[in-house]
Design a protein. Structure first.
Length: 315
């Protein structure tokens, strides 16, 4: 049975060895003589200490703001095309390729937009966020938009984001649950939709014209935003840890990350196909958060920063 999504009237329109990072400097690798931009960390060097983390109430990605524009983060060709996952049963191994420090603040949501990423910077119980469009190729901020207040009830947080044409959608979850529509040029609120989310963290991802809404409770819904808006349970399965943190799609395949551990792969019909594990160990809570794909790389806003993983099938 479909659950209704209540549409609300428009709200106010308010304008709105490789590297160790030390104070934004580039540190040369002792053995190779090469250098890495200050906002990129060697995945073998260990994560820096950071406050907050993940997509839960404590915060986002933490770390020191990145200011360097030197270098690139790796291949950016076909950043909008993802083919690394297939709708066949099977599991994948994730290899951490690089970690970029976010340009500012705690990352609560992440979405791909061509060769750039949209990041929502905020925290639980703070009703406004800063939307940042960040170029992965040049490591520069293309746009930064402070938003009006997105909710009024304490015990609520602004979480996952997704691009919808000229709009940015933000999932608000907790004691107040709604999807807020924002103008991507001005940051002003265009309107809201009721959301099936219950607790948070809540992430968003498009799948065949429907918006997947994770809830933080181990449930996920598929929402049709076309009037009359409605939603339906997407899957009867649940992440290994019982609660969830992030969702992303690639080639009509769904990746669903747990809040505390684990990451599952599901078909477009919600059937479990397998899972994703790190090449060196299992995914842990500090590795997990909101998800997106940048080309064939899985991007996770973790406690360390923006982690880019390559994926390969496990024979």
């Amino acid at each position: 049975m479909k659950r209704s999504l209540m549409a609300f009237s428009t709200l106010a329109r308010v304008a709105g060895g490789r590297v160790v990072v030390l104070g934004g400097a580039v540190v040369l690798a002792a053995c190779s003589g090469t250098s890495t931009p200050a906002d990129e960390m060697d995945p073998t060097a260990g994560a820096p200490s950071a406050t907050g983390g993940g997509s839960g109430p404590a915060g986002g990605s933490g770390g020191t703001p990145a200011t360097s524009t030197a270098g690139t983060a790796g291949p950016v060709a076909d950043a909008d095309t993802c083919t690394v996952l297939t709708p066949e049963p099977g599991s994948y191994r994730a290899r951490l390729e690089r970690t970029l420090l976010p340009p500012a603040g705690n990352v609560m949501g992440i979405a791909r937009d061509g060769e750039s990423l949209w990041l929502s910077m905020g925290t639980h119980n703070v009703p406004s966020v800063t939307l940042t469009r960040y170029s992965i190729e040049t490591r520069t901020i293309l746009k930064s938009l402070p938003t009006p207040d997105l909710f009024s009830a304490l015990g609520t947080g602004p979480y996952g984001i997704e691009v919808n044409g000229d709009e940015i959608l933000i999932s608000v979850s907790g004691n107040e649950n709604q999807i807020v529509r924002l103008d991507r040029e001005s940051g002003e609120i265009l309107g809201t939709l009721g959301s099936p989310s219950e607790l948070g963290p809540s992430d968003l991802a498009w799948l065949n014209g429907e918006l997947l809404v994770s809830t933080g409770t181990g449930k996920m819904y598929a929402a049709n935003l076309a009037p009359p808006a409605s939603s339906r349970p997407f899957t009867a399965s649940m992440p290994d840890s019982g609660r969830d943190a992030g969702v992303a799609t690639c080639n009509d395949v769904v990746v669903w990350g747990g809040l505390f551990s684990g990451m599952t792969v599901q078909s477009a019909s919600g059937e479990v196909l397998g899972d994703i594990t790190r090449a060196d160990r299992a995914f842990e809570q500090t590795d997990l958060g909101p998800l997106t794909f940048y080309g064939n790389q899985l991007v996770i806003a973790s406690t360390a920063g923006l982690d880019f993983y390559s994926l390969e099938p496990i024979p």
